[in-house]
Design a binder for this molecule. Sequence first.
Ligand SMILES: Cc1cc2nc3c(=O)[nH]c(=O)nc-3n(C[C@H](O)[C@H](O)[C@H](O)COP(=O)(O)O)c2cc1C
Length: 214
Amino acid sequence: MTQHCFTTVSAAGMDTATAYRLICGVVVPRPVAWITTVSRDGRVNAAPFSSYNYVAHSPPMVAVNIGTRLGDLKDTARNIRETGWFCVNVATEALMETMHLSGADYPPEVGEPEALGIDLLPGHATPVPRIAVSPVHLECRLDQAVTLGRGLNTLYIGEVLAFHLSDTVYDGRHVDSVRLRPIARLGGPFYAALGEIFHRPALQRPPGERSSER
Ligand SMILES: Cc1cc2nc3c(=O)[nH]c(=O)nc-3n(C[C@H](O)[C@H](O)[C@H](O)COP(=O)(O)O)c2cc1C
């Protein structure tokens, strides 16, 4: 067995930069939610967020942590608060470059989709457009916004009102992870693709299913 030689770093009173570097380095890989929102005056915004996951299945809910920028709300956070809607577009390997560029600091009056030539599709369950080249869209209604810790981070919890699933990745029952080719965020300026995939039989029935057969 490996004998680890640990460095123990107390998090009490840790400065923000160190805490960010450590937490983002150890919570890996992270899926990337490429979130579209609409401002009060109708401008469509798109930005990537990897402090993101699903947090409930009944009903399906996702959560994303959006930090402040120099003490102000990011455009995505402001739009979610003001309208109550957002759409998570799954970021894939093929979309990495454009998704990454959309994370630059665009002023609020500049919509990233327009600036970067990102084609949009209309929302069905919400007024928020979806990113056409993404194979999966989750249209969400804001359920709760929970401000955390010293107030620099807010967790936006959304109920998924509609899943839009491309037939390139969805067979009517399962989403094929290999065909989805999701991009993951690592610590620092790094991304990763899916590596080797392992199969083990399910040990418990998925919630709501009568048999463990998939
Ligand atoms: C891959 C990636 C993941 C990111 N994840 C987050 C995140 O989880 N939370 C956050 O506040 N910012 C995150 N950012 C930074 C935002 O995308 C960035 O601040 C962006 O300018 C926000 O845009 P907006 O003002 O249009 O909302 C991430 C950036 C990249 C490239």
